[in-house]
Design a binder for this molecule. Structure first.
Ligand SMILES: Nc1ncnc2c1ncn2[C@@H]1O[C@H](COP(=O)(O)OP(=O)(O)OP(=O)(O)O)[C@@H](O)[C@H]1O
Ligand SMILES: [Mg+2]
Length: 445
């Protein structure tokens, strides 16, 4: 906590500094001019502000602070004859007031309250920024070598203060993995804040990162925190980082290198103590070649690159994922589905899943909602999507699903083999006439 004490009487300030500096970082100012300089260039959480100052009124400065830095907590200080002013200040936004000469016990209490208020305020805007979809019960499913490798790899990085880059095609689980890393790390009790770089227009992205002070530019009517500030010691998840413009990439690189940034329109540097977890489905190396992505930023971010495999590369996990998704949809829709039919699983294992785990999840969700019984079967695969999935299987050379005609042909061949090509016997076994059998054989010939 950074506290600024503003008073022209050094005899009053000194004992306060002695009392408070063991617990807080203290700055002092004897005039309004000095105080303005301090808040301009330093990050201040709490101000203890005298009303009568040599170069003006503390009340005017309170107004300035409320206007420019509404996150700062202000406590007014006043002599006995000025209590009415102090009360007015509380109406304007100061949290409390102290009457001089100070009673140190009271002072300590009021400062402690101010510290709590400050922390509460911070918590509120952190929560406002946290992603709504943040799941607390994250499970990253997979026992395949590929997934085990990924889970092993992230163990090395949970508690390191380096940027992490998650690569992988759409729907492979990049967002989920980022949340898992956060949940497993020592930052787990700190915010997890996410910015989707592809969803925010170029003109607004800097605002999103840095925030702004009131009047920073036309239209900046109020003070706004940026996510670099809101994240504090937590994790800042930069999704679709490949979509950042070169200009914003340069600014982000500066933050990572210097561990500092400024709000737009502001003059003081703020420490960046968060960790960056970036993700992209883009081939960044290709983007570098095409000069769409900065090489230096890539190296900064890829200190720890983690690549998620496509679902077709770890089909061993399909069965587990199916069971897991059934469980989650049972819960979500209050269903009682016990599992999936073996034929359905086989069909899933043959499909290539271009949309990866997300696509599988979507299919399971549909099947769960359509299921007639308490087990998912091929029968439910009747909607448009399922046809697509089946069509894919039909054109797939490895396909195990055969047409009726193909099955019939194979069966006839098999019986003919068994009977050493005895037509009468074969026809008898198949329960058809010799003529029909002949016709079928001729048709195929
Ligand atoms: N291994 C897994 N275990 C359980 N659920 C998973 C797994 N992988 C992905 N999912 C689920 O699949 C869905 C898609 O995953 P996610 O959003 O993390 O993918 P992504 O790689 O970020 O996709 P995109 O590139 O489209 O943003 C999510 O609902 C996620 O919870
Ligand atoms: Mg994603």
């Amino acid at each position: 906590m950074n506290i600024l004490l503003v008073d022209d009487d050094n005899n009053l300030i000194k004992p306060l500094v002695n009392l408070l500096e063991n617990y807080y970082t203290i700055k002092t100012a004897n005039t309004l001019k000095e105080a303005r300089e301090v808040v301009k260039y330093h990050y201040i959480d709490i101000v203890l502000l005298d009303i009568n100052l040599p170069d003006g009124s503390g009340i005017a400065f309170l107004d300035e602070l409320m206007n420019l830095y509404p996150d700062i907590i202000v406590i007014m200080a006043t002599a006995n004859d000025n209590i009415r002013d102090a009360i007015n200040c509380v109406k304007k936004g100061a949290v409390d007031y102290l009457v001089k000469p100070y009673n140190f016990d009271e002072l300590k209490l009021i400062i402690e309250n101010a510290v709590n208020t400050r922390e509460l305020k911070r918590k509120v805007w952190q929560l406002e920024n946290e992603i709504k979809s943040y799941q607390s019960d994250i499970e990253f499913i997979g026992i395949s070598e590929k997934i085990k490798e990924v889970l092993e790899k992230i163990k090395n990085v949970y508690d390191k203060d380096v940027s992490i880059l998650i690569l992988g095609a759409s729907g492979t689980g990049k967002n989920l993995l980022a949340q898992l890393i956060h949940k497993k790390s020592k930052r787990r009790d700190k915010p997890f804040i996410s910015i989707n770089c592809a969803a925010i227009p170029e003109t607004l992205i800097e605002n999103e990162f840095f925030g702004h002070i009131k009047g920073a530019y036309t239209g900046a009517y109020t003070f706004q925190y940026g996510k670099l500030e809101a994240v504090t010691d937590g994790d800042l998840f930069l999704d679709e980082i490949g979509a950042l413009s070169l200009n914003s990439q340069a600014k982000l690189l500066k933050v990572i290198e210097e561990k500092k940034f400024m709000r737009i329109g502001d003059t003081k540097e703020i420490q960046f103590s968060g960790r960056i977890i970036a993700a992209t489905s883009l081939n960044l190396e290709q983007a570098i070649k095409e000069r769409r992505f900065r090489e230096d930023l890539y190296y900064r971010l890829s200190v720890f690159p983690i690549e998620l495999p496509q679902l077709k590369e770890h089909k061993e996990d399909i069965r587990l994922l199916v069971d897991y998704f059934i469980k989650t949809f049972n819960k979500k829709y209050n269903l009682d589905i016990s599992g999936a039919d073996e034929k359905l699983i086989k069909l899933f294992e043959d499909y290539d899943w271009p949309g990866n785990v997300r696509e599988l999840q979507n299919v399971i969700e549909r099947l769960c909602l359509l299921a007639a019984g308490n087990i998912l079967t091929l029968t439910e695969l009747t909607d448009g999507y399922a046809k697509l999935l089946n069509k894919d299987l039909m054109t797939n050379k490895k396909s195990k699903i055969k047409t009726l005609e193909e099955v019939e042909e194979e069966y006839i061949k098999k019986i003919l083999e068994m009977t050493n090509n005895n037509i009468s016997q074969t026809a008898k076994i198949l329960g058809i006439s010799r003529k029909t059998l002949y016709n079928k054989i001729l048709k195929k010939a």
